[in-house]
Design a protein around this ligand. Sequence first.
Ligand code: ATP
Length: 308
Amino acid sequence: MSPIITVNDLVFEYPGLRALDAVSFSIEPGTITALVGPNGAGKTTLMRCLCGLLRPLAGAIVVNGIDVIEAPRRCHQELGFLPDFIGLYDSLTVAQCLEYAATANGVSHDLDSRVRTTAERLQLVDRLAQRAGELSRGLRQRLAIGQAIIHAPPLLILDEPASGLDPEARHALAELFRALQAQGMSLLVSSHILAELQDYATHMLVLRAGRMLEHRALGVAANTVLTLEVVADLPAATVTLKAQAHVANVEQDGVGLRFNFAGDVTAQAELLRALIIAGVQVLRFGASGSNLQESYLNSVRAPSSPPV
Ligand code: ATP
């Protein structure tokens, strides 16, 4: 299957500042990629280039087969974009906002059914008659996403979609992303809330100072952080754990142990079995909740990470 996004040697400059420097990557369809990096890394700039809203100095961008630099307007058919600051027409109803977005995106027939389908996808059906200005922040965000996908693009790009949302709305947003992915859409999502990206992202792309540091699938990390909690005798468990294959950097973390594991999921299952056979009374065993955060921090802190 061809990539949904291909970027080659992308360079973007603001006056006196190189914001993107030789950025190259490709994203497979059906994935949810977390775009992460410190403030000023170039995430928004990259997203705007992908959407044809900024013209790079050099390089190539292809979105679902469309050359974005040559045909920035055509690429809008292939993607939906949720910018970091959303503006809605507050005096229009939800249905009118969706109709407006559909027309602006070139949807010329079956407008009513398109509005209805999108409202169903976004669980906004019971709000269709309500004015945008009366919606909560979480629902405004949903409506803005509805506007971005009303023309059923295969790719959705979202810049900091969870900022300012309460935990429940953020959870609902994560569920929405998974549902859109299940319906065949690819997503590229920038966020600073790494713990939540981990709930739905399949891949991670790390930018720092305009350079790409890392792009990899999540959950198949060469070096996963695992935690182990035992019923009793942590010192003996530590000794047993350190003797196992693929295990490194064992350290105490609260009531348990935290360590790096350089094996796949089958090797993880074998490790658990070996620990139990060795007499360790395992209470909890699994991936640390902050793998993405861990991996991200390792990546951006490394002073000499080579660009990939
Ligand atoms: P944040 O996480 O803070 O949103 P970001 O990773 O999205 O940051 P960008 O907003 O793309 O980063 O900015 C990349 C660099 O380009 C920063 O140094 C920023 O100050 C600079 N920059 C962004 N927009 C402009 C502009 N319109 N004119 C000049 N410089 C800009």
